[in-house]
Design a protein around this ligand. Structure first.
Ligand code: BTN
Length: 318
């Protein structure tokens, strides 16, 4: 039904009921569910329903015509719990390298550190890619930074300037979060291993959804003045991801490290890092290692390496 409303025009409940061969009550129920999933619908007595701003839905045939996409096995679903969770299930059942699963609606989208990832139908891009490696999990430590570089390259192609990266891989605009990456890996220490690379991008988040998010966020509608074609964006992301992954597989993070550092939002800044075990580290970010770890220097000049954690800007050394 949301696809039928994608032109942004009003459609009467009666016309929708006829088109889908259901009752008007079913139309109402379906559109209530769409609203609960974050779609911004207008209902006007006598005119019907309208999807605010319209939407461009993902389409396999359109995507397959775009450069760099043929290397992937694409699947687009209307609704799923989480593309990462589903693609990991498929990976364990033998899904091929290069599988890409995109969803118009995620009802249990996952963020890093156990957070929920909020997205809305038509106003977000949520997808995951399955990558199989011969190496073990330890060789993948810089992978999440590499994927951040692919996102930057692609978003810049659409005219998004002043984008920055927050370690390990948040894409920021004016210190607000535009996109996130969640990489989940499975496999042996000696290999082979599999990575599910999950990417979520905010295209146009309604105010109500922004208010549910516990950090400062932005969307592409705020950064670009133009509306964006979601198929073109997904196609470009897949093409850049393919290029970056080829470089990462051949040379590790080394090949992409300078590009990552040039976009690093917090380089040389004082930060507080919340570690996975609940401890905190404070210091100035002084280095990014070849395998993607941060190096902090405290007030005594002592250096510590951070492999995982959440970075926050701070004004003073604790
Ligand atoms: C973050 O916390 O910054 C990571 C967000 C990752 C969100 C994407 S959306 C597609 C994929 N499926 C998920 O459940 N999460 C990732």
């Amino acid at each position: 039904m949301l696809r039928a409303l994608s032109d942004g025009e009003f459609h009467s409940g009666e016309a929708l009921a006829q088109r889908f061969d259901v009752s008007r009550a079913s139309v109402w129920n379906a559109l209530q569910a769409a609203q609960a999933a974050g779609a911004v619908l207008h209902k006007v007595r006598g005119r019907g329903y309208r999807l605010s701003g319209g939407a461009s839905w993902l389409d396999v045939a359109t995507l397959q015509r775009l450069p760099g996409v043929a290397a992937y096995t694409l699947d687009i679903v209307d609704s799923i719990d989480s593309t990462n969770a589903e693609l990991m299930r498929r990976a364990l059942a033998g899904a091929p390298h290069g599988s890409c699963l995109a969803a118009e609606i995620q009802h249990a989208g996952r963020g890093r550190r156990g957070r929920t990832w909020h997205s809305v139908p038509g106003g977000s891009l949520t997808f995951s890619v399955l990558w199989r490696f011969n190496q073990g999990i330890s060789a993948l430590s810089g992978l999440s930074l590499a994927v951040g570089v692919a996102l930057l390259r692609s978003l810049r192609e659409f005219g998004a300037a002043e984008l920055q990266l927050k370690w390990p891989n948040d894409v920021l605009w004016q210190y607000r979060k535009l996109a996130g990456i969640l990489i989940e890996v499975q496999g042996d220490v000696m290999g082979p291993s599999v990575a599910i690379i999950g990417i979520g991008i905010n295209l146009q988040l309604p105010t109500a959804v922004r208010e549910e998010i516990d950090q400062s966020v932005t969307d592409l509608a705020e950064i670009l003045n133009d509306r964006l074609d979601r198929n073109a964006l997904l196609g470009s992301l897949l093409r850049h991801l393919g290029e970056v992954m080829a470089a990462f597989e051949a040379h590790g993070l080394h090949a992409l490290r300078d590009e990552w550092l040039a976009a690093h939002a917090y380089h040389d800044k004082l930060v507080r890092v919340l570690l996975a075990n609940g401890a905190e580290l404070c210091g100035k970010i002084v280095e990014l290692t070849e395998d993607g770890a941060l190096v902090l220097e405290n007030a005594d000049g002592q250096r510590s390496r951070v492999n995982s954690g959440e970075v926050h800007l701070t004004r003073r050394m604790a």
